[in-house]
Design a protein around this ligand. Sequence first.
Ligand code: KIV
Length: 262
Amino acid sequence: MNKKITNILKKKNKIKIVSLTAYSKNIAKILDDYCDLILVGDSVANVLYAEKNTHKISLENIIKHSLSVRKGVKKSLLVVDMPKGTYKNKKVAKKNAKLIKSLTKCDAVKIESNNKNFEIIKELVKFKIPVMGHIGFTPQFKKKFKIEGMTKQKTEQLLKEAKRIEEAGAFSIVLECISSQASKIITKSLKIPTIGIGSSSHCDGQILVTDDMLGISGFYPKFVKKYAFLNRVIEKAVKKYTRDVKSKKFPSNKNFLNGTKY
Ligand code: KIV
């Protein structure tokens, strides 16, 4: 098994797994020193392309972003999201996952669960493509946002789904917006690590969309903790640049390549 995946598995019940998303080399390079896992998420559709949801990102596009991210990632486990419609059946999933893996040299792909596609996970794993599962609020399949696992019955359903994903061979699973109680039960019941987003500290690790936690995406639901206000930092810099250009303070002699101002 891939050594980076073994390392992630070993962390279960010992040390929390740190994960974030990246869509480009420059950000990935900064994250790589701190993260165990970096995801090229299909959230790139909302975050960078200003789409209403994650549905419109193409295979070619996610591959392009992953190629950029790959250049910034040395030590973290690199996972690439399979876009909506690219894993409709075993044959399509295998062809597309192979393409993603061979072109981007990622360590694994992530596919969202629709509570039916367990055989697809099995097929990819059979062909040595490591898979990360994803349950709860799965934006590729669910239109309306709601917190999942609020009742005993719903928790049992989620647990069954998670167990089937584990049995299919996934090495890890994202729990998105699942109640604290349900994520605790699921995390305790699985052998593979759970990575939560909006799903409480009971999960074996956490993931956030980097642009959200840095304060530049404009999307700040309660489960996002903002660790920076980069919007303010950027605005301040742009304001200063504007002033400098207008007042001819920039470029100064220091910025002329041959040191001569004509
Ligand atoms: O696309 C994404 O960023 C994700 C995370 C929310 C887990 O799937």
